[in-house]
Design a protein around this ligand. Structure first.
Ligand code: SF4
Length: 363
C-alpha cells in the first residue's frame, strides 16, 4: 500500500500541493492519505464531472510501485471503468502496410528505416495501387475497420510526385472498398498536401508525437517536436481526424509519458497509438533497457485517466507484455493495430478478434 504524504507548511498549517479535494485532518508531522481513496475519487470525478486530471495528480498515480499489485489492480479497474463510461464496449481494429520502405533522411533513433543506421531493413519505393488494394481488401475481409498506407521519409513537402501517386492509390482503393476507413501516415506535411489526401478519401492522418517535448531531442535531431505538432495542426485544419501517440521505452521517464499524454489532450487527439520499443539491432536504441510490463500497464491506465474519450490503441511491441497483454485490454485499451506491423512482427487479426471478444468487447 502506498500513501500520499501531506507536507506541513512553514506556518504550521497543513496544505496539499494537489488533491486539495481530500479533507485535511489534524496531524503534527505529516498526513498519510490512502492512495486507493485518491484513485477512486479521481475516477468518480472524471466519470461524473468530466474532470480533467492535473499533471500532479497523474504523477501521483505514477508513483504506485510497479510491484504493488493490490494498488495497481485498483488503478487498472478504475481505468477500465472510465473506458466503459466514455467509450462503451466498442473495440476498433486498424491495419497498416509499409507502402515505401527504407532510405529515410531522418534520424529517429528507434527506426530501422533511417539511412543513418545499418539495420538491414527492406528498401523499396512506393508500392503499386494494385498491391495496396489487395492488402486493403484482405484486411477488410478479415474484419479490420481501418487501413493505412505508411511511407518512410521526412514527409511529402516538396515531393509532389509521391503525393500525386498516393492520391491515385487512395482514390483507387476507395472505389473498391465497402466500410473500411482510410488512414494515411506520410510524415511532415503542409495543409495543401493534407487537403489533397483528404480529397482523395483519407479520413485520418497518423503522426505520432513519439515522446515528450522535453525528451524529443534525445530521439531525433533532424526535425523537431514542433514540426510534429504543426503537422497535426495542419491535418486538423483541413478536417482530418488525427491519430497520434508514441513509443514507451526510448529512455524517457514516466513523467515524459504523462507530458506527452497532456499534449495529446490539449491537441484533442481521439486515437492514441501506444507502442513499446522493440530495440532494432543497428539503431542507437538497440540496447535500451526494457520497461517493466507493470509500468507499461500503469502508464496505459494513467493515459485513460488523462484521455477518457480517446481510442487508446495497442500497437507495435505489445507482444513484449507477454501474458500481461490481456490486462492492458482491461485497463484502458479499446483499440489495436493488428496484423503485421512495419518492421516488427505483430499478430493476426483472427487471434486479436478472438481475444478481444473473449473479454466482452464488440468489434
Ligand atoms: S521519419 Fe519515419 S521512417 Fe524516417 S527515420 Fe523517422 S520514423 Fe523512421
Amino acid at each position: 500500500m502506498i500513501y500520499m504524504l501531506k507536507e506541513k507548511n512553514s506556518a504550521g498549517g497543513g496544505k496539499f500541493s494537489f488533491f486539495n479535494f481530500l479533507k485535511e485532518k489534524e496531524s503534527n508531522q505529516a498526513e498519510l492519505i490512502n492512495v486507493k481513496e485518491s484513485i477512486l475519487y479521481l475516477k468518480n470525478k472524471i466519470i461524473n464531472e468530466k474532470y480533467e486530471i492535473t499533471r500532479e495528480e497523474a504523477i501521483f498515480l505514477s508513483q504506485i510501485p510497479n510491484n504493488d499489485m493490490k494498488t495497481l489492480g485498483i488503478l487498472f479497474d478504475a481505468a477500465d471503468q472510465i473506458r466503459e463510461a466514455f467509450c462503451g464496449k466498442y473495440f476498433n481494429l486498424c491495419t497498416i502496410i509499409n507502402a515505401k520502405s527504407g532510405k529515410c533522411s531522418e534520424n529517429c533513433k528507434y527506426c530501422a528505416q533511417s539511412v543513418h543506421f545499418k539495420t538491414g531493413a527492406d528498401i523499396y519505393g512506393l508500392i503499386s495501387k494494385e498491391l495496396a488494394l489487395y492488402e486493403a481488401k484482405k484486411n477488410e475481409n478479415e474484419g479490420a475497420h481501418r487501413f493505412s498506407l505508411v511511407t518512410s521519409g521526412r514527409g511529402l513537402n516538396g515531393n509532389e510526385k509521391e503525393l500525386d501517386k498516393l492520391v491515385e492509390i487512395y482514390q483507387y482503393i476507395g472505389k473498391h472498398i465497402n466500410k473500411l476507413e482510410l488512414c494515411a501516415s506520410h510524415g511532415i506535411c503542409t495543409k495543401e498536401a493534407l487537403q489533397k489526401l483528404a480529397d482523395a478519401g483519407v479520413l485520418t492522418y497518423h503522426h505520432n508525437l513519439e515522446s515528450s517535448r522535453r525528451f524529443y531531442p534525445n530521439v531525433c535531431t533532424s526535425h523537431t517536436y514542433d514540426d510534429r505538432i504543426n503537422t497535426i495542426k495542419n491535418a486538423k485544419a483541413v478536417g482530418l481526424d488525427v491519430c497520434s501517440g508514441g513509443i514507451f521505452g526510448l529512455g524517457e521517464t514516466i513523467e515524459d509519458r504523462i507530458d506527452m499524454a497532456l499534449d495529446l489532450r490539449e491537441l484533442e487527439i481521439r486515437s492514441v497509438p501506444i507502442n513499446v520499443l522493440t530495440p532494432i539491432p543497428g539503431t542507437p536504441f538497440e540496447n535500451n533497457e526494457e520497461v517493466n510490463p507493470f509500468e507499461i500497464l500503469k502508464t496505459i491506465s494513467i493515459y485513460r485517466f488523462i484521455l477518457p474519450k480517446s481510442f487508446l490503441r495497442y500497437c507495435g511491441g505489445r507482444i513484449k507484455l507477454g501474458k500481461h497483454a490481456k490486462t492492458g485490454l482491461r485497463c484502458g485499451i479499446n483499440s489495436a493495430l493488428t496484423g503485421n506491423f512495419l518492421t516488427t512482427t505483430g499478430t493476426t487479426i483472427e487471434t486479436d478478434k478472438k481475444m478481444i471478444k473473449e473479454l466482452g468487447y464488440e468489434i
